[in-house]
Design a protein around this ligand. Structure first.
Ligand code: F7E
Length: 336
């Protein structure tokens, strides 16, 4: 029997891949969007715009959220959020509204309108403390920026609702997930966009990055979409880490992408004086601008997704280089 799913934030990167996956599974897919007049370009790109029903949710109004939640969903995947750490530092109050108030309103709406609906809450590796070892669901919690604080609060709120009201709620602790549908506010898409521009346009100027020695555990968002969907199928609701388990620096991401585009990246200098040139031509590709540094950029954290692998039969399919190739192919075709 087809089941009815709602994705908050369906027009975002992960929401779009999740919508595609749920449609492939035969579900009826609905989603919330801040505006119905803006074209949801990711859904259009995936060829699924006409197959999903969008509901406008342009402000965090509990009554409107309750009205949508009352529409008989089997699953709600709550992905809508302020998801940029950098933006959360600039707009902490808005981030609390988007991530804590909004999540709480959805939890309350599920409890009151639809207590049999299974609920997925998107959380982040940013709520875990770095230890040097791969992190799992039991790793110590910590939060070093407003985004992390709000996600930790939203996770705790979801746990309170799960335990107090016997609801089926899952927190997904998502490590970095990237793709061709990623916004250029995030470093991977920024790198791919600018490198493709440099490759296409010989007169394009170098671009700027922040802390390129920062380490992240990168995956493809499409892999996570499968895991997110599967996480609501287990008998008992539990929280799950989704991660690749491999740690790479931003510099390594840049170097791999640059090489795939035919450059020979060569770095010189230290700290904010670091510069990367194409050693084939001497052309400067990237310089460092301290404005892009974070006040606190924690040591790298890799995730251990063993629970998801064992209990959900989940495993990532898209390797690091394949992720970069997909991002490059997409961006090059857009620049044509
Ligand atoms: O930064 C460094 C920056 O903004 C990655 C979100 O999906 O993953 C994401 O958060 C790293 C940081 O993502 C630039 O300092 C260097 O160390 O791409 P990002 P993020 O902060 O890791 C987590 C798991 C989430 O949950 C979030 O929602 O890259 N970096 N230079 C830069 N970052 C940016 N944005 N721009 C730069 O120029």
């Amino acid at each position: 029997m087809p089941q009815k799913a709602l994705i908050t934030g369906i027009t975002g990167q992960t929401g779009s891949f999740l919508a595609q996956h749920l449609l492939q599974l035969g579900h009826e897919v609905h989603g919330t969007s801040r505006s119905l007049t803006n074209e949801p370009w990711r859904l259009v790109h995936l060829g699924i715009r006409e197959r999903v029903t969008l509901h406008e949710l342009n402000a965090i109004v509990p009554g409107r959220i309750a009205e949508i939640a009352a529409q008989g969903y089997d699953y709600i995947f709550h992905l809508a959020a302020e998801s940029s750490v950098a933006n959360s530092l600039k707009h902490p109050t808005d981030t609390v509204t988007a991530n804590v108030v909004q999540t709480t309103a959805w939890l309350e709406a599920v409890k009151n309108q639809s207590p049999d609906c299974r609920f997925f809450n998107a959380v982040t590796s940013e709520v875990l403390a770095a230890t040097g070892d791969p992190l799992d669901e039991d790793s110590r919690r910590s939060a070093t920026n407003p985004y992390a604080v709000t996600k930790l609060a939203s996770m705790n709120m979801a746990l309170v609702f799960r335990d107090s009201f016997d609801l089926y709620i899952v927190n997904g602790l998502l490590f970095n997930h990237e793709s061709e549908l990623r916004d250029t506010r995030f470093v991977t898409a920024k790198i791919i966009y600018n490198l493709c521009l440099l490759a296409k346009e010989p007169s394009a100027p170098p671009f700027e990055l922040g802390n390129v020695l920062a380490e992240r555990d990168f995956s493809h968002a499409e892999d996570f979409a499968r895991g997110i969907a599967a996480s609501l199928q287990a008998e008992t609701p539990r929280d799950y880490i989704f991660a690749s388990g491999a740690l790479r620096t931003v510099k390594e991401f840049f170097d791999t992408a640059a090489t795939l585009l035919g450059f020979q990246p060569e770095w010189s200098g230290d700290g904010t004086d670091m510069v990367c040139q194409d050693s084939l031509t001497g052309r400067v590709l990237v310089t460092i601008n301290p404005a892009f540094y974070r006040p606190v950029d924690e040591p790298g954290k890799a995730g251990n997704a063993k629970r998801a692998c064992t209990h959900l039969n989940w495993e990532p399919n898209i390797a690091f280089e394949a992720l970069l190739r997909r991002m490059i192919t997409f961006q090059m075709s857009r620049l044509e």
